[in-house]
Design a protein around this ligand. Structure first.
Ligand SMILES: Cc1cc2nc3c(=O)[nH]c(=O)nc-3n(C[C@H](O)[C@H](O)[C@H](O)COP(=O)(O)OP(=O)(O)OC[C@H]3O[C@@H](n4cnc5c(N)ncnc54)[C@H](O)[C@@H]3O)c2cc1C
Length: 222
């Protein structure tokens, strides 16, 4: 219990310092008149809703209203390590859902259930997540296309992934075709590695695994 309290104090202090360093955005909220007319109403400002609203509002002739159940994001949301497993769980920023007992999954969890955080805040779950940029597996996209969803195969969606990306990291030449550098979504490598990382990577190398760009063709070390 004492350890837990101490952790929260340390995290709280860290969050306070972080907030002064990161520079928070305060999003504009409006009070609507009763007869307000808009062209589009987007419900939820999460990962999907924010992008939909942003793209729609590129047309200066359209009025776009975003309705969000949560409020302004806290400074901790700028620090991935402090997100849902730190300060944001069981808070006003989180719906704090629980997964019901699973029959075939979560086998090593108590009662085969788990907590299931979802953001109730501007930015939605992207505000409380770990900020890992992972596009997913080619086979999933190709399978969706195979089920009749024309245009969702990996080769068709890749140009859009590249269009939104502003990749700032380094990568081997062979990965260049997977990255965009002029989009609105900044992506970069971790700026800091824990000392443990070097041992973890060395262990992988010892097992014969190659380091790969997991937003390319291979997700697991070749
Ligand atoms: C702990 C955790 C870590 C994660 N880490 C990563 C990661 O590192 N990388 C990654 O890519 N993904 C990660 N994810 C997954 C990713 O964050 C989610 O898949 C994604 O944010 C979901 O986007 P969404 O738009 O579908 O929903 P959300 O982002 O959850 O948005 C839904 C929004 O709608 C609002 N809303 C709901 N109902 C209403 C209503 N009736 N009226 C008004 N507003 C409403 C909610 O408040 C919320 O803001 C993580 C998820 C969790 C929980």
């Amino acid at each position: 219990m004492f350890q837990l309290a101490l952790n929260h104090i340390v995290l709280g202090a860290f969050a306070a310092i972080a907030s002064s360093l990161v520079g928070m955005t305060t999003y504009r909220t409006v009070t609507l008149e009763q007869d307000t007319v808009v062209d589009f109403i987007v419900v939820g400002s999460g990962s999907a809703g924010s992008v939909v609203a942003s793209r729609l509002s590129e047309n200066p002739n359209w009025e776009v209203l975003v309705l969000e159940a949560g409020g302004q994001p806290p400074p901790e949301s700028k620090v991935p390590g402090l997100s849902s497993y730190g300060l944001l769980s069981e808070s006003k920023y989180n719906y704090d859902y629980k997964v019901v007992t699973q029959r075939h999954a979560l086998l090593n969890y108590v009662n085969q259930g788990n907590f299931y955080p979802r953001g109730k805040v501007i930015g939605g779950t992207s505000t409380i997540n770990f900020m890992v940029y992972f596009r997913g597996n080619r086979k999933d996209y190709d399978r969706w296309a195979g089920m009749g969803n024309t245009g969702w195969d990996y080769d068709s969606v890749l140009p859009f992934f590249k269009k939104i990306e502003n990749y700032k990291g380094k990568h081997a030449k062979k990965y260049a075709k997977y990255h965009g550098r002029t989009g609105p979504l900044s992506v970069e490598s971790m700026r800091w590695d824990s000392p443990f990382t070097k041992y973890f990577m060395a262990a992988g190398k010892e097992l014969g695994l190659k380091q790969v760009d997991f937003n390319s063709e291979y997700h697991v070390g070749e």
